[in-house]
Design a protein around this ligand. Structure first.
Ligand code: ZN
Length: 209
C-alpha cells in the first residue's frame, strides 16, 4: 500500500471508528488530512453512511476547494480548508457530534477536565452558537480555530484539529469521556474537574507545558 492509499484507509477507518463509538450517527461527521507538500486535502465524502466508508470513497480537493477527481466532498469542507489555511501546524481535522459533550455545551455548561488525558489534549476550547454546515459554519468557527485545537458549535458538534488523524480524533474521544464522567458523577453530588494545580502537574508529567 503506497502512502496515499494508507492515508485514505486511515481516513475511512477514523470515521468508521467515530460511528462505532457513537460519536456520530448515520451520515454525520467527517474527517480530512493535508497531503504534505501538495496543497491538497483528502476528505470523507458527503452523505455516506459513516459506518461503511471505505478508502475508495475518499475525495481529493485542492486547498482552494476544487474537487480533483471523483466524488463529492463533505459539506463541511469550507471549515476544514479554513483550518489548514489558518494553521501551519494542523495536518488533520475531525468533525463529530459526541452527544454528552454537545449536550453540555448546548446547555451552556463548560466541560470540565475530568481526566489527565483531557488536561493534556484539550487545553483550550471555545464554543460558538449554532451555524449551518458549510460556509456559515466556517465563518463561525474560523476565528476560534486559530486559537484552539477544539471548537464546539451548540446544537451541532465539534471540530478538532491535530498533527495527525489520531491526534484530532483522540481529542474528541477524551472530551466525550470527560462529559460522560461529569454527567455520571453529578447525580451523586458535587463533581468538579481537575484543579488548576492538578492540570499543571499532569501537563508537566506529559511534557507538553
Ligand atoms: Zn456535523
Amino acid at each position: 500500500m503506497d502512502g496515499l492509499a494508507r492515508v485514505k484507509a486511515d481516513l475511512a477507518f477514523t470515521v468508521r471508528r467515530l460511528y462505532e463509538r457513537g460519536l456520530v450517527s448515520g451520515v454525520g461527521g467527517n474527517a480530512s488530512v493535508l497531503i504534505p507538500g501538495r496543497r491538497q486535502v483528502l476528505i470523507t465524502p458527503t452523505g455516506y453512511f459513516k459506518g461503511g466508508v471505505a478508502a475508495g470513497d475518499i475525495v481529493k480537493v485542492s486547498l482552494e476547494g476544487e474537487v480533483l477527481g471523483e466524488g463529492r466532498p463533505s459539506s463541511e469542507l469550507p471549515t476544514h480548508l479554513a483550518a489548514y489555511r489558518a494553521r501551519r501546524d494542523v495536518r488533520a481535522v475531525v468533525h463529530a457530534h459526541p452527544p454528552a459533550a454537545v449536550g453540555l455545551i448546548t446547555a451552556g455548561v463548560d466541560i470540565p477536565s475530568m481526566t489527565p488525558e483531557h488536561a493534556v489534549m484539550v487545553k483550550r476550547l471555545e464554543v460558538v452558537g449554532f451555524a449551518a454546515p458549510g460556509e456559515e459554519g466556517a465563518r463561525a468557527v474560523g476565528g476560534p480555530l486559530r486559537r484552539c485545537d477544539v471548537v464546539g458549535i451548540r446544537n451541532h458538534g465539534f471540530f478538532s484539529l491535530g498533527a495527525d488523524l489520531h491526534d484530532a480524533a483522540s481529542r474528541l474521544e477524551v472530551l466525550e469521556e470527560s462529559a460522560k464522567i461529569y454527567i455520571a458523577g453529578r447525580g451523586f453530588g458535587a463533581v468538579s474537574g481537575l484543579a488548576g494545580s492538578d492540570l499543571a502537574s499532569v501537563r508537566a508529567v506529559y511534557g507538553r507545558e
